[in-house]
Design a protein around this ligand. Structure first.
Ligand SMILES: [Mn+2]
Length: 314
């Protein structure tokens, strides 16, 4: 029988992994979606935050697959991403039958498909909305994970990408999960997010980066942490060294590492050289001191940091 794989983006975060599992649950509980045999899968192993959450709630991670595991008759539902550069490598275009996402659409598929795009803070907010519409209630464990995914993607509702829907459905999920202290739960997730002890300096620079094609090629890595001060005092020199190496390897014109304190809501940019310093000062104001520029409460790369740098380069 044909199988339908549900899969998030490469290097999956909590939202991506849990969204695939939540969709599997929804499709299994509501036959009207028309998928008879569904399985949530992932492209790469779990990050430290998701690993922590799965241990806490005693959940087994979905299987890691490659494109070779997908049979020719099988079909694929994408969740939490759409563009080709973020998909499982080698995935055939014509096997994609549905996409549920909250990112900018960048698609050119040969066939018509189902699409649900909402500009909400997390893919799990969209999936909870679909569950509500279909009268499907997540069990306690899944509700806990979906809430965690929303809190992770919206940085505890502090990111400017947060919408009323994220807060409202997050609250409904908290009730289903029996989680009353959201602040404590958020802090737990933040601490798991901050745990970079297993990463090398170079892996930190490459942990969560995007390359933008502005007037110049700009690499921006972001580290969301509850230990900003410790990182800047203890790891600054090593990170600057790793940044120089990655800049040469990636052949980018400018490279920034944004270290965001997710409790205080403050971002400090690590500044590698004179060119980065000039662009950053033009983009955000202020003065670079000891390779650091404080850009205040800006914390969204997508909405605040990248657009300011793009404008400064024009
Ligand atoms: Mn997401």
């Amino acid at each position: 029988m044909n199988k339908t794989y549900i899969i998030g983006h490469t290097k999956p975060d909590t939202d991506s992994v849990v969204a695939a599992m939540a969709l599997e649950y929804l499709f299994k509980h509501e036959p009207a979606f028309g998928y008879s045999k569904v399985e949530a899968v992932i492209t790469d192993p779990l990050n430290p935050e998701t690993t922590y959450l799965f241990e806490k709630f005693r959940v087994t991670a979905p299987q890691v697959i490659t494109a070779n595991d997908i049979g020719q008759q099988d079909q694929v539902v994408l969740v939490d991403h759409n563009e080709e550069s973020q998909r499982l490598a080698g995935l055939a275009n014509d096997q994609i039958v549905e996409i549920i996402d909250h990112h900018k659409a960048h698609l050119n598929l040969p066939q018509p498909i189902f699409m649900t795009f909402k500009v909400w803070g997390s893919s799990n907010t969209i999936i909870y909305y679909l569950m509500k519409q279909n009268g499907v209630k997540p069990d306690k464990t899944l509700a806990s994970l979906m809430l965690a995914a929303i809190l992770s993607d919206t940085v505890g509702y502090k990111s400017p990408i947060t919408t009323d829907k994220d807060r409202k459905f997050g609250q409904a999920l908290a009730e289903l999960a029996g989680i009353t202290d959201i602040d404590a739960f958020t802090l737990e997730i933040f601490k798991a997010k901050s745990n970079i002890s297993s990463l090398t300096d170079e892996q930190v620079v490459r942990n969560d980066y995007k390359v933008f094609d502005f007037a110049k090629k700009v690499f921006i890595d972001q580290l969301e942490t509850v230990e900003q001060a410790e990182i800047l005092t203890q790891k600054k020199v090593a990170l600057l060294k790793a940044m120089a190496k990655v800049k040469a390897e990636e052949k980018v014109d400018l490279l920034f590492v944004a270290i965001t304190d997710i409790l205080q809501v403050n971002t400090k940019l690590l500044i590698l050289g004179d060119e980065e310093a000039q662009v950053a000062q033009k983009a955000f104001g202020g003065q670079v001191a000891d390779n650091i520029l404080d850009i205040g409460s800006k914390m969204s790369r997508k909405k605040e940091i990248a657009p300011a740098i793009e404008k400064a380069l024009q």
